[in-house]
Design a protein around this ligand. Sequence first.
Ligand SMILES: [Zn+2]
Length: 178
Amino acid sequence: MRLVFFILFFTLHSSLVTFAQGEAASDIVTLQIPHYDKDGKPVTGTLECNKSIAKDLQEIFAELYKARYRIESMRPASEYGGDDDKMMEANNTSCYNYRVMTGSKKKLSKHALGLAIDINPLYNPYVKGNIVKPEAGRKYAKNPQIKKGSMIYRLFKQHGFRWGGEWRTLKDYQHFEK
Ligand SMILES: [Zn+2]
């Protein structure tokens, strides 16, 4: 009896997960974004995001391009096998990634819906108590590149995004979400 219950639960659970993933994936679009790289050279990056924020991101990155704002790398999460730690170490800016929230085992991140973006994660680390991600970003933990009032902060705020640097229980300086 217990086994039957388990199988039933497992089947139901996996079909729900598949459904959610399929739902999210159909809303994802791929954008080609001109930006300046870490050497100040104009390049074109690739960003996967939810179609509902595509226009916002295009407008924000057009302003950042005008200001010659440097984004070190902008490649889809799939090129890193969806490994967020690897992307943070590589200082890769990305949006859509079907994953759970950092520090959680179950709760889906806004990245899973393509509604959150991480900018230059090495210079704008995730800080929770003594935990800093990526570890190499520890030297930026008290002085991240993105600050309240900085140009990029104002652009995302104008477009209705929330900033992880303003969260109370932890600071996720790289993170904007809608
Ligand atoms: Zn994030």
